[in-house]
Design a binder for this molecule. Structure first.
Ligand code: SAM
Length: 309
């Protein structure tokens, strides 16, 4: 883990590069065992503007049922670009963000410098490099009123250990907001193989896998997909903001490359959380198809320790 000091961006950047988790992550990426999520987020970071921040805030508001997080703590596990941490800060929360990929950490810090330069790096919005699978780091964390982990836990390499750790970080009465890739049986197995190969391939094979995946995903709109490819690969509408303020191009790369990759049925997620005293408050499914199911659970205020059952 890299602790946050209220230092300069370059001090912080040097600290991220030297962190043991960061070194592990970079080794996994170099060896083709992990997708370079942070590189994709760095590119996406340049597209973030007030419109995307507002859209991200609306997505939080819809799922959490409030736009006012004043005085509440928000833990962003696998913060990626930092977009949702920023949206939570704007809603009044005190935010802690971390990510395993040092590039994601740098991008989140850059976002903080751009959009919230006045934020205190300890009390208002801290950002560090760490893994949710690191028991030492998790043990040191204070529980949060809202634990947010969108599209992350299935990319750790151990979905259920990561879920257990995330559950254990929710304060009594607090909320767990997660999204997990849907289990589609054979189709999920095929995608796992595509992603594994993508990360072990060179640039040309990656382009082919991206193009093939795009054609498959857009099989209902083949003419539009081909036109976009011919124009330089801006898939399915280029960088037009998506519902959470994301971009189609970056989401496609994240989807095809996103590895490690695991999936779960909604029922598996329900029963895992129910065993740990959580109640379902919000559910948005991908209707059995490709993509993530999104859940918000709350932890009973009497639940002292939402640890493993
Ligand atoms: C698909 S991105 C989602 C980013 C962000 N939550 C969002 O909704 O835009 C997954 C992120 O999880 C991070 N990640 C993967 N394994 C992790 C781990 N063990 N601990 C913390 N973050 C992890 C990746 O580096 C990446 O930034």
């Amino acid at each position: 883990m890299t602790e946050i000091a209220a230092g300069t961006e370059s001090n912080e950047s040097a600290a991220v590069a030297g962190a043991s988790g960061a070194v592990d992550c970079e080794t996994e990426i170099r060896q083709g065992r992990r997708f370079a999520f942070g590189r994709n987020w760095r590119r996406f970071g340049d597209l973030i503007d007030e419109e995307r921040v507002a859209t991200a805030g609306e997505s939080l508001e819809r799922a959490l049922g409030t736009s006012d997080l004043t005085g509440r703590t928000f833990l962003d596990i696998g913060c990626g670009s930092g977009l949702f941490s920023l949206a939570a800060l704007r809603m009044g929360a005190r935010v802690r963000s971390f990510d395993y990929d040092p590039d994601s950490v740098r991008t989140t810090r850059r976002l903080r410098a751009r959009f919230a330069p006045e934020a205190d790096h300890v009390t208002d919005w801290s950002v560090c490099c760490a893994s949710i699978l690191d028991p030492g780091f998790v043990r040191e964390q204070e529980r949060a009123d809202i634990v947010y982990s969108w599209g992350v836990l299935h990319h750790t390499g151990d979905l259920w250990k990561a879920m257990d750790a995330a559950c254990g970080l929710v304060a009594p009465g607090g909320a767990l907001y997660v999204s997990i890739y849907n289990d589609q049986g054979l189709e999920s197995l095929v995608w796992t193989e595509v992603k594994r190969r993508y990360n072990r391939s060179g640039p040309l094979a990656r382009r082919l896998l991206l193009s093939g995946s795009l054609l498959y995903l857009s099989r209902n709109h083949p003419a539009r997909a081909l036109l976009n490819l011919a124009r330089g690969g801006a898939p399915l509408g280029g960088s037009v903001p998506r519902p959470r303020g994301m971009s189609r191009r970056h989401d496609l790369v994240d989807w095809v490359g996103g590895y490690p990759f695991e999936v779960a049925t909604p029922e598996e997620v329900f029963s895992f959380c129910r065993e740990r005293a959580f109640e379902l408050r919000h559910l948005k499914t991908c209707r059995g198809g490709l993509g993530c199911n999104e859940f918000v659970f709350t932890l009973g205020s009497g639940a002292g320790a939402a640890a493993s059952p």
